[in-house]
Ligand binder design. Structure first.
Ligand SMILES: Cc1cc2nc3c(=O)[nH]c(=O)nc-3n(C[C@H](O)[C@H](O)[C@H](O)COP(=O)(O)OP(=O)(O)OC[C@H]3O[C@@H](n4cnc5c(N)ncnc54)[C@H](O)[C@@H]3O)c2cc1C
Length: 242
């Protein structure tokens, strides 16, 4: 083990940057099909239960375009392996800090204490379920990862000190190194993201996401629930399939 100063963390940060739209906006967009002139005044005429009935109907029948007139932007700080999964969601816009232009952070991911590590007997790739590791093995995992990250960081710093381009020096860093991004998507797209990145055994299509992207996705879901309570209620009551 070297004495290089690096930060080891299991925390993944998700923060709201901005949002546009509301539950009322979803219903208003739906009303455009029958009464386009009056649609915008919907928030003044619909009771909360009437509003919920319409939003639930839209979710149940997968009339999804009214959910696309709202947009939400999040700031995310997570290891690169989480970003690799996240960036597969193409119906979103991303801006990420650049390892070409900026020195990366000495911040690396280690598993949370509660994170299961060992594949259970009968493990299948389609249903990846893990059990706990013995505490000595868990400690060894943390130490090995920490040693490996420290070595990688030392190499990175040594290359930078010799004036090697950042875009080349970064090649020695592992996917556990943290990055930062903004991600913007419409509400339809965010609900689709939640359907795939949060495990819910009661969902119509049960997904088995990796624990760390789920750790981020549950934070996204909490923010969306506070901004669009009726849409998130309808999403949950109609099987989380979007
Ligand atoms: C549990 C889990 C395991 C996974 N395992 C793997 C894996 O082993 N290997 C791997 O490569 N990926 C894997 N993925 C990624 C997965 O295949 C999707 O790429 C990812 O979930 C993004 O989903 P999406 O395409 O529906 O989302 P988005 O890209 O946001 O697209 C949203 C919707 O837009 C439409 N759409 C977007 N682009 C196209 C297109 N080009 N053509 C047609 N329709 C389009 C589709 O209807 C799509 O559902 C995994 C995902 C999950 C959740």
């Amino acid at each position: 083990m070297t004495d290089v100063e690096i930060e080891l963390t299991s925390e993944i940060t998700v923060r709201l940057i901005q949002h546009m739209g509301s539950d009322q906006m979803i219903a208003a967009a739906a009303k455009v099909s029958t009464s386009p002139e009056e649609a915008r005044a919907l928030e003044t005429v619909e009771s909360s239960e009437g509003l919920y009935g319409l939003i639930r109907y839209l979710a149940k029948l997968r009339h999804t375009s009214p959910f696309e007139h709202s947009a939400i932007t999040f700031y995310v700080e997570a290891p690169i392996f989480v970003f690799r999964e996240w960036h597969r969601h193409r119906i979103a816009s991303y801006s990420e800090m650049s390892g070409r232009y900026t020195e990366l952070l000495p911040k690396f991911w280690v598993p949370r204490a509660s994170r299961n590590l060992i594949p259970v007997p009968g493990y299948k790739a389609a249903r990846p379920i893990f059990g706990p590791a013995p505490s000595a093995l868990r400690a060894e995992v943390q130490e090995s990862l920490g040693d490996s990250y420290a070595h990688a960081w030392e190499t990175y710093q040594s290359l930078l000190a010799q004036n090697i381009a950042k875009e080349v020096a970064r090649a020695c860093l592992p996917v556990a190194v943290f990055s930062k991004m903004w991600v913007t998507a419409n509400l339809h797209s965010w609900l689709h993201f939640l359907s795939l990145r949060v495990h819910d055994p009661n969902a119509q299509f049960v997904s088995y996401p990796q624990a760390e992207i789920e750790q981020a996705a549950v934070q996204v879901e909490a923010v969306l629930t506070s901004l669009f309570p009726l849409a998130l209620r309808a999403f949950n009551e109609t099987g989380r399939s979007f």
